[in-house]
Design a protein around this ligand. Sequence first.
Ligand SMILES: *Cc1c(COP(=O)(O)O)cnc(C)c1O
Length: 400
Amino acid sequence: MGIARVELPADARPDTLAVRAGLPPSAWGENSEALFLTSSFVHPDAATAARRFANEEEAFIYSRFSNPTVAMFERRLAALEGTSGCIATASGMAAILLLVLGLLKAGDHVVCSQSVFGSTIKLFQDFERFGVHTSFVPQTDPDAWRTALRPETKLLFAETPSNPLTEVCDIAALADIAQRCGAQLVVDNCFCSPALQRPAALGADIVMHSGTKFLDGQGRVIAGALCAPEELVSARFVPVMRSAGMSLSPFNAWVVLKGLETLAIRMQAQSARALELARWLETQPAVERVYHPGLASHPQHALAMRQQGGVGGAVLSFVLRGGRQAAFAVIDAARICSITTNLGDTKTTISHPASTSHGRLTEEQRQAAGITQGMVRLAVGLEDPLDLKADLQRGLAGLA
Ligand SMILES: *Cc1c(COP(=O)(O)O)cnc(C)c1O
């Protein structure tokens, strides 16, 4: 006896899985997935409760670690990433916390890209206090990853493309490096989502998500997940979730679950708009440089196209010749784009990385990372690209 799966043909494709994968409907036959707002579940008798608590019978027990709406989201995301298991978390950062608590111990070592999300760097640095050491390496140089390995290296952690420079790393090459030294490769797949890139198919052991971004897709809730083989999820992550409780609420799971249904068409549409804007920005005299993996001028363009199904993603950044003053002028002239650092929303967001998302770095660290004062990041949504160009043109016109 176990928790049933929805019956689908074995060869059902990703677009179908995104809408259909998960649990079967409840006794009431609802067509849209139900939201189970309940903290606990009732057992028919004491002996059954005992079996369930002893893990001898699979059933929902308590929503800190098991809930049908959360399980529905987990199964659907696993189906899209092509992993046998998945565990949902309260946020993307909670997913990294669960990863470290579940897999590492004092004395272990992590090799991490230096271009990952700022809070990811901060969290790995915090783990130094518990004896878990992290070396940060340049994202795009496999030799640097290889050189950083130690006998006690257990994890390699990458995020591709990176924010805001859209640097792309070779997932298959990193998977090979990890495998040779008996470590596991973790890929933060936030920027592409499984609609464009499936790291597990390229050899990654674990795929990490901030569900807050493209999976939700409309900027509503905070959510996260780890996708991995079911044996790893049940042996290493579920027990930590059960005792530590960085759980995703059923309501937030339901929002992100419904977001997965439109993920692929949003990613395609937003990425197409981003590429159109990136190409247009490259022709603007006030713009010194544009970063988007879909541009032929991108240093890892060929790799990105191979790895991301020919699509560059919905995030781009550009550098203005006039430095910080010019960047602020373009941002402040926008009447449509939202001035916020969130991304993956249907509403286009505009931000100045050097003073917001990367504001805690020293100017020296920012220079090393290539995040200059003239840089503006755009996370492109679903507005008409003509209106978005006009919105940027308002500020650019004053600079020429
Ligand atoms: C936002 C983000 C995170 C953190 O996710 P939260 O849901 O905000 O905790 C991690 N990685 C990347 C790439 C992100 O953009």
